[in-house]
Design a protein around this ligand. Sequence first.
Ligand code: BGC
Length: 864
Amino acid sequence: MKARMALRGRAWSSRKLSFLFVALSLTQTPAWSQNPAPSDSEVESRVDSILGQMTNEEKIDLLSGINFFDVRGIPRLNLPVTSTADGPIGVRNDGPATVMAGGISLAATWNTDLARQVGQEIGRDARAKGKSFLLGPGVNIYRSPLNGRNFEYFGEDPFLASRIAVGYIEGVQAEGVSATVKHFLGNNSEFGRNTTDSVIDERTLREIYLPTFEAAVKEARVGAIMDSYNLTNGEYMTQNGYLNNEVVKKEWGFQGIVMSDWGATHDTLGAFNGGLDLEMWSGQFLNRGALLPALQQGKIAQATLDDKVRRILRTEVKLRWLDRPQLDPSVPRYNQQGRQVALQAAREGIVLLKNEGNILPLNKNKVKTVAVIGPDAYPAVPVGGGSAQAAPFRAVSFLEGISDHLGPATSVTYARGLPTLGMVANRTSFSTAETDGKPGLTAEVFDTQDLSGTPASTRVDQHINLGSAIDLNALSSGEIDLSALGRPRPNFIRWTGYYVPENAGTYDFFVQQGGFGDSGFRLYVDGALVRDRWNFDIAIVDWLGLTLTASPHKIVIEYHSGAGFLSPRFRVGIMREGSWVEDAAKTLAGKADVVIVAAGFNPESESEGWDRTFALPPGQDELIQEIAVLNKKTIVAVTSGGGVGMRSWIDKIPGLLQAWYPGQEGGTALAEILFGETNPSGHLPATFEKQWDDNPAHNNYYPATGSNKIEYKEGVFVGYRGYEQNHTQPQFPFGFGLSYTTFKYADLAVKPAPGGLGDYQVSFDVTNTGKLAGAAVAQLYISDGHAAVPRPPKELKGFAKVFLKPGETRNLSIPLNPRSFSYYDTNAKQWHAHSGTYGVLVGSSSADIALRGDAALAQDVLSK
Ligand code: BGC
């Protein structure tokens, strides 16, 4: 059977019939939108009329938020207060909502229709809560696996990220909610995010870091952009006139609102003239007291003020916030439609990375005992930490998903396998002196950040386990007194004590932190400084192994935490390597037919505000290694926002799945994949390296000592562009993902398309050559061997996800345009494709190219 079909746009997908049914039932037009949308000129004339009635005081009031998450209204003019909500994985504020699979999981689906449906359900949930702005999607490029917010974002490739972002934004905005694409720009790591300066050359900006924002503006017509905390090329983003004004507003023609990240504004005139329209969460800088005199003194222009107000009004009029209540009582808060979309997103996002001897899918009728082991098995870990951590009404853990799938006929056993880090901190015993000391450590509390002078007080602490991870949901729901926010609660402490190991051996020392705010620590063991994170905390859980003798060892920990919210977490624990794994887990593993190890991170080890380690959290490598020895049928499912260190166990296990943060329905999706009810179809949206040192950004990821500059020296060679350029073999390449069936690619045709020089239509056949139905992710890369500048060996310029029955063939067709062939020419300030021949490569991953053709340009093509 061979069907021909042309693809609309660049990506298309076909899914299971069941999903088609869901899709059809979800694309009904929302009731409120049955009146025709106002035309651009209608919007503009209404905006002009409102603006004409406003005083300058009222205009200025509109430029800043109130109540932490609201945008002001003007009752005299019937302008309502409008509300914002995080974003981007579910509508976090004001109670539970549907929690989707994280952004990187959505990108792993390579399914733009699904991205649109996810956006639409999040938009519906926003309406059910009366929210006008959804603070998402987050689209910062995955430059390193360490970035604590990768789980929110769409991976390392700007083309894939753009397609997913456009789908998501269109979905949100179809519900009458403004999406807010964030975090603009250069916020590709979380350590020191308030003070670091991302130094990125113009070509790299244009080719790697700007395109997703550009697509959000030009294609999806996103309502708002959020400026990030950091500086880029020497200027805070909230006052970066080049990027906000010249690029976004003038070049791209952005008509919407540039809003600040929460508390990211630093200067009145800088922000006002540097392109910021809306200061969130409050008007510390954009307020009457500062702006009225500036206006009178000619430091700011009336036209600029009017332009900012116009942008806010335009969004309000266009999305009809002035014409109807934003709260839509017809949308159920506990959203069954949303649940189905969340489930489908989880199914399509999970990536099968290893399937030795076809151990998967497991046969439900043959497996009698399954042991589910590991810290991410239960409770569910639907999402990472920070402002994205929406709370679901309920979430299906991997343990529950597997057990529910199998029912009572199969014995599903469970052990966490490892103590929690909090338990380890509380079990770690110290003594105040080398001999005859009291239990605990001496804590000297100082008034000064550098711990100089005499301590203000001294006490004995049994353990180091202070504060808590921040609960943003409690904060923004009014559970906590907001007036306490921003009040500094500094901790300047030095702990001194002795640790006496029972046996000689290697010991893991960890420091786990949490909460937002600038902090740092130093760890000394026997007088040697073994960890210095005084100026930059680089990981929320930071750890190292040290060899100790069975005698007292002096431990000194110095800690400062500045003006953080509430009481930030700080805990320290020590555990002997080889003693992490609990006996119960070993017993269960030995007895089971098959073991599923749920390893990975969680909101307290991978979160906004912090980076993370490449290594799995303490004890987890050991857990996988020991379980793999006890049971040859050990399958690992990793919960993380990106690549993790797997060298110590990858060759010892037959099965590996990347589960990302799979959202509230993750357990159901994983069980369906393990037992073959769903054929996995996720493909990696980021390269997984063997070791962090292999990453193209590794050598310049951190600023040099004493500097705040993060130099993006790898330039455009980010992710697979860099691995291929450097001839570094990754653990798993970009675009990779296994299926339970096989696909064959054939009959590549590259034909010029109507439109002009550089427009092509690329078509080819994909056949399901296996025995099971499944989805292929066909990827189209362009290679340029003749440009005037160094270019990556190949770059993704098109893709299509297609669902095929066994034996079925489809002809896919993917368009290319001049931009597909171009690099950004910084002299011409345009996109430039040189005349000559380009490789057109089609395959199932960046490293598995099945078809090769070419496209020849008769002359240079320059485009905007
Ligand atoms: C985050 C944003 C978020 C905002 C409001 C900030 O800390 O960086 O992504 O939208 O808080 O919660």
